[in-house]
Write a protein that binds this ligand. Structure first.
Ligand code: UDX
Ligand code: UDX
Length: 468
């Protein structure tokens, strides 16, 4: 079959894989190839067990793989043969040298730009899919300028807003598609090419075109705003625990204001994932770079609250369990950074588990999708740690349960059965406020939610209320 267009994506990760699967599915007359330096990842994409767990993804892969969607290890050939190149390689925070812990590490980006240059003999549209600091396109263009022969490159920014766990839904029915281009004739022409791809399934009024810098910055800002909402509600959860307010009631009352809206107001142990922390750090780095330290501090405080929220949770476990965890068995229910994904990048569970192990607790980790990644994250811990997928086996004999991921599965557990199998007194720390606290308390648990009064069978001296 002769294909109308040939599209390549460099980087077969959580973003590149699902996004290209969606394009291939919606555009059966386009040939879509995905390449990656990691050959095991490509093998996994070509196997039955896909490298990322994403509801609905396997169905689309089945319909497209081998027809117009191909996963390949040959990056050079991919670049040479395709006219539209998406770049979705990772841009972690730098761990070394100048800007360590703050600036984005752009080495993969630069390497990829050089690869594109070296293997192109014809003109290409290069699309930034990864979240990048503002002005990366300019750096990219510098690398791509001395192209071979008549080859010309047009760089576009098309940041991806999909959230893991709902990637397929988000891709199929996005709130908006954002495309940034240069405001030149060739920039606008390239932009139109990309608009035409998305217009196959996205209503035209949801495809917005901007200048390239606005597109780059918008992605950072969208993530910073979302993270800020989580930190804002978590900051109030701390105050609720000190008073008799209940965070769920506060969230509901605040969220019903249509100007505020009810999404992203779920208090918990803090945000994780590959984007929020990294993008806020990038944003703050940019602000500092442009001489705006006050603005940088403002955004950095969102990360500080996130760290504080995790510390509060650990301190609460420690003090509720009589200030010692030595030898106590604690079951962690959920290790993924949120439900419906096996991804554990920046998951609060990593830090919390490490702290519990440091207190000599015996930790059993359970998760329906993330146990492989959990074992990699904690590979340096050899003692006092176990992995058990079945939540009933994982909790049996434990002194405490800590719910760290909002998996639906945990809402439906038989807590009576679990309580019976545990060591008494049994503790339940609900880091996501997802189980029925009253019911669990009545079963016999000492229950510690986030941002709500603890329900304990011990006699505790009540703190006197504030006198004004
Ligand atoms: C990545 C970025 O982290 C994020 O900022 C951006 O918004 C989207 O792309 P994700 O897809 O979740 O997100 O990352 P990851 O799953 O790590 O995938 C990146 C892939 O690129 C990896 O499979 C890696 O092997 C590949 N890669 C990396 C290359 O193919 N070439 C390189 O030079 C570097
Ligand atoms: C995010 C953005 O939503 C997405 O648009 C962007 O492209 C990539 O980054 P993702 O990291 O997949 O997506 O997850 P998201 O659903 O945003 O959740 C991030 C974290 O916030 C999770 O750890 C989640 O548990 C936490 N969260 C979210 C809360 O604690 N409370 C909430 O109310 C919402």
């Amino acid at each position: 079959m002769k294909f109308k267009k040939r599209i390549l994506c460099i980087g077969a990760g959580y973003v590149g894989g699902p996004t290209m699967a969606m394009i291939a599915w919606k555009c059966p007359d386009y040939r879509v190839t995905v390449v990656d330096v990691n050959s095991q990842r490509i093998d996994a994409w070509n196997s039955k067990e896909l490298p990322v767990f994403e509801p609905g993804l396997d169905k689309i892969i089945k319909k497209t793989r081998g027809k117009n969607l191909f996963f390949s290890k040959n990056i050079e050939k991919g670049i040479a043969e395709n006219d539209i190149i998406f770049v979705s390689v990772n841009t972690p925070t730098k761990t070394f040298g100048s800007g360590a812990g703050k600036a984005p590490d752009l080495q993969y980006w630069e390497k990829t730009a050089h690869q594109i240059l070296e293997n192109s003999t014809s003109s290409k549209i290069v699309i930034e899919k990864s979240t990048l600091p503002v002005k990366t396109a300019a750096a990219m263009e510098k690398i791509l300028t001395p192209a071979k022969g008549k080859a010309k490159f047009e760089v576009l920014s098309n940041p991806e807003f999909l959230a893991e766990g709902t990637a397929i839904k988000d891709l199929e029915n996005p709130d908006r598609v954002l495309i940034g281009s240069h405001e030149t004739k060739s920039g606008r022409k390239a932009c139109q090419e990309l608009v035409n791809i998305y217009a196959r399934w996205v209503p035209r009024n949801k495809i917005i075109t901007t200048n390239i810098w606005s597109a780059e910055l918008s992605k950072l800002v969208a993530n910073a705003f979302l993270a800020q909402r989580v930190s804002s509600i978590n900051s109030i959860s701390a105050l609720c625990e000190k008073t008799e307010a209940d965070i769920s009631e506060v969230s509901r009352a605040v969220g019903m204001d249509s100007r505020i809206g009810n999404k992203f107001l779920q208090a918990g142990i803090g945000f994780g994932g590959s984007c929020f922390k990294k993008d806020i750090l990038h944003l703050a780095y940019l602000c500092n770079y442009y001489g705006l330290p006050e603005i940088a501090n403002y955004w950095e405080s969102v990360i500080k609250i996130n760290e504080y929220q995790q510390e509060r949770f650990i301190t609460n476990i420690f003090s509720s369990m009589f200030n010692t965890l030595t030898g106590k068995k604690i079951c962690i229910l959920g290790f993924a950074f949120k439900s419906n994904t096996g991804d554990t990048r920046e998951s609060p569970a990593i830090h919390i588990t490490r702290k519990l192990v440091a207190e000599h607790a015996h930790v059993t980790i359970s998760d329906p999708q993330a146990l492989k990644n959990a074992a990699l994250d904690l590979a340096d811990i050899h003692e006092n740690i176990k992995y058990e997928e079945d939540p009933y086996r994982a909790t049996a004999g434990c002194h405490a349960i800590a719910i760290l991921t909002d998996w639906d599965l945990y809402k439906k557990l038989d807590f009576r059965k679990i309580y019976k199998s545990m060591t008494k007194p049994a503790f339940l720390f609900d880091g996501r406020n997802i189980v029925d606290h009253k019911k669990c308390f009545e079963i016999g648990f000492n229950v510690y939610p986030i941002g709500k009064p603890a329900m304990s069978h011990f006699k505790i001296k009540k703190k006197s209320t504030i006198s004004l």
